[in-house]
Design a binder for this molecule. Structure first.
Ligand code: 6U4
Ligand code: NA
Ligand code: NA
Length: 183
């Protein structure tokens, strides 16, 4: 068998209008904006790890709910990565920058909020929402390449799973995502 390592990644999403991301200042994924998360430590559950990492990296607590699973395969790596994705619509505490992460809010551009069915009109633009006024859009060019494909599924509230394959230089080679049907 190959090895698998378990990670978490958590997002605070307010009013479907803005999302909290962290700029990774060091370590794996340095220079990229990401959700908050890390390894599931021995003796803790996935959601305990997600809550701990959110507090360590952003200084806040949130009622996280599991919303998706990502599976990453990297050429030459000794293990594959299983990432439980969590989201919350609210938080408590004071958002705090740490040595590892610089948190910031981004407005969810309407391209990331696809109409959930053909009857939905295009005027759901969140950029006019007061919660997101003046915020920059999600910086997809400074994020992992897979994010733009599954984040819309997360924002739409549909449980999702997916896999992305990377070469040894973290270039994405292929991806595959699936979600439960919209209601
Ligand atoms: P240590 O060694 O304890 O400092 P830890 O903080 O546990 O590390 P870290 O920060 O390296 O873990 O976690 C990696 C984070 O990056 C996790 O939230 C998962 C996320 N991640 C990794 N590859 C990703 C990818 N291709 N796309 C993505 N997130 C990814 O969106
Ligand atoms: Na981390
Ligand atoms: Na960790």
């Amino acid at each position: 068998y190959k090895k698998v390592k378990f990670y978490t990644n958590a997002f605070v999403i307010i009013n479907d209008a803005k999302v909290l991301l962290g700029y990774k200042k060091r370590g794996f994924g340095q220079g990229l904006w990401n959700g908050f998360g890390g390894k599931v430590d021995p003796g803790e559950t996935s959601i305990q790890a997600a809550q701990r990492e959110l507090e360590e990296e952003a200084g806040i607590n949130a009622p996280l709910e599991h919303c998706g699973v990502l599976f990453f395969v990297v050429d030459g790596a000794d293990a594959a990565f299983n990432i439980d994705v969590y989201r919350a619509n609210e938080y408590t505490g004071t958002i705090t920058e740490t040595d590892e992460m610089r948190p910031a809010w981004f407005s969810i551009q309407k391209e990331m909020l696809p109409p959930v069915n053909s009857h939905t009109t295009a005027d759901c633009s969140s950029t006019s929402d007061k919660h997101a006024e003046g915020l920059p859009p999600i910086p997809l060019g400074q994020m992992w390449a897979d994010d733009e494909f599954w984040m819309p599924l997360m924002f739409s509230g549909r449980p999702f799973v997916g896999r992305a394959d990377f070469d040894a230089d973290s270039k994405m080679l292929k991806w595959w995502f699936a979600a439960t049907p919209a209601e």
